[in-house]
Design a protein around this ligand. Sequence first.
Ligand SMILES: Nc1ncnc2c1ncn2[C@@H]1O[C@H](COP(=O)(O)OP(=O)(O)OP(=O)(O)O)[C@@H](O)[C@H]1O
Ligand SMILES: [Mg+2]
Length: 464
Amino acid sequence: MANILIVDDEQSYRQLLTLVFEGDSHTVRTAMNGRQAIDALTEGPADIIISDVKMPDMDGIEMLRAVRSTQPDLGVVLMTAFASVETAREAFKLGADDFIQKPFDVEELKLIVKKTLEKQELIVENRAFKRAQRDRGSVKNIVGSSSKMDAIFQMIETVAEVQSTVLVTGESGTGKELVARAIHDQSDRAERPFISINCGAFTETLLESELFGYVKGAFTGANSNRKGLFEAADKGTIFLDEIGEMSPAMQVKLLRVLQERRVRPVGAHDEIPIDARVIAATNRDLRAMADEGTFREDLFYRISVIPIDLPPLRERAEDIPDLVAHFVAKFNAQSGRNVTVSPRTLQVLENYAWHGNVRELEHTIERAVALERGEEIQPERLPDHITNYNPERIKAEFDLPENGIDLTAHLDNLERTYVVEALRKVSGNQTKAAELLGMPVRSLRHLLDKHNIRSLSAQMRGGE
Ligand SMILES: Nc1ncnc2c1ncn2[C@@H]1O[C@H](COP(=O)(O)OP(=O)(O)OP(=O)(O)O)[C@@H](O)[C@H]1O
Ligand SMILES: [Mg+2]
């Protein structure tokens, strides 16, 4: 049975309706005007309000407005002796569930109340259903119980409730896309599309028509109108991955879109309003890029309204056992196996400094599950650079000279030497070299650029 709040300045109506609804075993409270009603709601919740419109000290319309701003689902039925079309229209606009003209047949009011309560029940059920769906969704896929990951989970939850632009940063493979999806799945945009685009994978012109769409005849090959991804993500989320790779010209265009909330398809005259939540991600230091002038500072501020920085895996080794278990289960299921991880292997995995982060760990486990013939994954199933990794030994190999060294230059030199040596070993094959160096190919390419040795890799390949 329901909690009913009856609001009327006329005592006779309060008494009559109390009798009627208590007779149907509802719980009834009364208030004499809108203000009293609001106070009553702070003292205890109600399922439905039946309120007069004309009352001194906050009328029914004002009360409805106040209630709706905090309790969008509360049932509200208005009754008035002065039912003008105007009041009725306003009442519905403010979200009244129904409206009845005084004097009325009590049976008719009962029916309206019954209908309103049923509608509410549906809303509540629907919400619970959606929440359950969300809980089953992608947040569950994010493994981690370290305090650093706890903070991330909280952040996801908070951020899901607002519409602000989010910038997810973190090294390669730390789970940026996973987090973006989780934010979407937890938000009220969950039923709408989540559209992901890698800004680094397109040329400038292609990226523009992908994001904003184009009209027929805009360029050769544009044989019909095409919607852009911003439009396709309507009421959903658009994930702009690798935003640090965006060209300066595209940065200007994106900034405008975020400011105006409108896009202009390539070749079109008119702009189209958009309603897509933007989540951007990068593994580069946009702050530093803005300082250097390679990323627009105004765009940086616009997209980093809420920053989420994912910690590298080596800074949260506590998460490794859970992640290992998660991936072993995943690859067992995929391959119909049932292997476990030996304690020694787990120790090695926990000790390693994961530069490729969770992705590298995932690949390592995938490979180990495939290679292991026994029931327990042994350390030998891990790549050598992981099994042989020993920070102590590395330390022992260096002696600091009496008069010191230029550490930055020295490390730079060492880095270059390792990269060249790795490339030499695999005849310039970048994928294999990256593997030898325990890093994603992307990072290797950054190093090739940094040390200006991209051509060297090509030469070595050529000489195969
Ligand atoms: N906390 C985690 N729990 C479970 N799986 C994870 C976690 N973090 C990352 N992963 C997995 O690791 C892989 C890499 O994650 P993701 O693609 O989200 O990383 P990223 O930060 O976007 O990487 P990149 O910068 O290279 O694009 C995915 O397969 C993802 O499912
Ligand atoms: Mg990614």
